[in-house]
Design a protein around this ligand. Structure first.
Ligand code: GDP
Length: 478
């Protein structure tokens, strides 16, 4: 850390004038209020035989503090980061491949695409970054770990199949994360394609097309033969323009791990999405609970690069351990600090693992409300049939307890599944099952994530329980 001459003098019990003289003899001109860099401090300390013990003043528990906003004048436009979601078999993978194949090779002749978990394409001279893992599992895992990386969601809906359960899940994931949605109506090449039906069905979920007076962009496409893809990319650019995604390339990089694994030859290999700043070869870095120095960087075209700016995905080597998808990374000034922070965080992680994760449960709800920690009670509601889900939802909405809102972030028919649990964990929600139970995977996930799941068969019991919890009058469970 840096000190002024006066501060340093005080620390080592000398007169400032003496320090200034010493510095002068060492070839450094200094005044009393001059800020000394680390080298100068070490030089002086060496002269007096003092060990410089570096204090880490930074908060090692929370890397988020480094994700501070830069002042407006440092910000420049950055590419948007896009995730593709939708029901199984509606064409997410085909769309990702189709965009990559048509666009990547166009821009970078001779480039061999490399699957690193994300890729960039160029449309009308502007870059767009796509996360290469279709589906909302990845999306939610990231969000669960506190990482917000997606700017725009493409909701793929097959025109011959219409809105399906995972379409609705995807919508609710995107809404919970407050990410704008563009609808890609896919498989328009098929005989049975019916775009109007898709538009009609999505209206019920709050996505009303511009043609019908709403503000959701719908783009008819065929992922298979490439129709409409340019139009879709242009719509992404349009949304980016409106939202004005910005970052400061002239600072130390921060961002998020997209994926990571152990490679036999190269050791720990991680794909990082730079969200702010510029990542450079040699940078000392803390990634989740691991650390190191960026040894080599490879981009999505398989090329070695020396630096990566905002919204760029790069695969790096040089970490001491394998981080997890969704982990945050932060570049530090020097390797020593990075190592200290990395090691401290790894210790903390071990300790925290033994402790308990705090997540909302009906038992602790009232305390959390009282302490002002929460204003919304987020609920995920599953029922045997759509009609009863709606009936329970309507009754829940009628509960009126001062200072707290009931927010149903997802409801639907069917067993409680793993996706419900991960959405609950990411959104700090409780799950209510009405005449349904969690399936085996959901049960396991709920235990692991400590998600409170409540099962009921009678509507007024649901209401009674929630109301009691909100008022702090819940009977303890035995
Ligand atoms: P995902 O599960 O959402 O990733 O769906 P896939 O991309 O794997 O696609 C499921 C099936 O639909 C595959 O057989 C694709 O070839 C097919 N498919 C995807 N897009 C289109 C399209 O635009 N037109 C037609 N006819 N078939 C498509």
């Amino acid at each position: 850390e840096s000190l002024t001459v006066a501060e340093l003098a005080k620390k080592i019990y000398r007169e400032p004038s003496e320090i200034i003289k010493k510095l002068f003899l060492l070839g450094v001109m200094a005044t009393i209020n001059q800020v000394l860099d680390k080298d100068a401090i070490e030089l002086i300390a060496g002269e007096y035989g003092v060990e410089v013990e570096e204090e880490i003043k930074i908060d090692t528990t929370d890397l988020e503090v480094y994700f501070t906003d830069d002042s407006a004048e440092n910000l420049v436009e950055r590419p948007s980061v896009v995730t593709i979601m939708g029901h199984v078999d509606h064409g997410k993978t085909t769309l990702l491949d189709s965009i990559r194949n048509t666009k990547v090779t166009e821009g970078e002749a001779g480039g061999i695409t490399q699957h690193i978990g994300a890729y960039q394409v160029v449309e009308n001279g502007k870059k767009i970054t796509f996360l290469d893992t279709p589906g909302h599992a990845a999306f939610t895992t990231m969000r669960q770990r506190g990482a917000k990386i997606t700017d725009i969601t493409i909701l793929v809906v097959a025109a011959d199949d219409g809105v399906m359960p995972q379409t609705v899940e995807a919508i609710n994931h995107a809404k919970a994360a407050e990410v704008p949605i563009i609808v890609a109506v896919n498989k328009m090449d098929k005989e049975a394609a019916n775009a109007d039906r898709v538009m009609q069905e999505l209206t019920e979920h709050g996505l009303v097309s511009e043609a019908w007076g709403g503000d959701t962009i719908f783009v008819p496409i065929s992922a298979k033969n490439g129709d409409g893809i340019d139009n879709l990319l242009e719509m992404i650019l349009l949304v980016s323009e409106v939202e004005e995604y910005k970052a400061n390339p002239n600072r130390k990089a921060v961002g998020t791990v997209i994926e990571a694994q152990l490679d036999k030859g190269r050791g720990s290999v991680a794909t990082l999405l730079v969200q702010n700043g510029t990542l450079k070869i040699g940078d000392p870095i803390v990634v989740g609970h691991t650390h190191g120095r960026v040894r080599a960087m490879v981009n999505d075209k398989g090329r070695r690069v020396k630096e990566a700016g905002p919204s760029t995905p790069v695969e790096i080597t040089g970490l001491s351990d394998v981080p997890q998808a969704g982990d945050r990374f932060v570049v530090f000034d020097d390797e020593k600090t990075a190592r200290q922070v990395g090691e401290a965080r790894s210790q903390q992680a071990l300790a925290a693992h033994r402790g308990e994760k705090s997540i909302v449960s009906l038992e602790t709800l009232f305390d959390q409300l009282k302490q002002g920690e929460m204003k919304d009670l987020n609920i995920i509601l599953k029922a045997d049939v759509q009609g009863s889900a709606e009936a329970v939802a309507a009754s829940l909405q009628k509960i009126d307890v001062q200072g707290v809102n009931i927010k149903i972030i997802h409801s639907g028919a069917g067993a409680i599944n793993e996706s419900d649990i991960s959405l609950a964990a990411a959104s700090n929600a409780i799950v209510i099952g009405f005449n349904v139970r969690p399936d085996a995977n959901a049960k396991r996930a709920a235990d692991a994530e400590k998600v409170d799941v409540r099962l009921h068969r009678i509507i007024y019991k649901v209401i009674e329980e929630i109301e009691a919890a909100m008022k702090g009058m819940l009977d303890p469970e035995f």
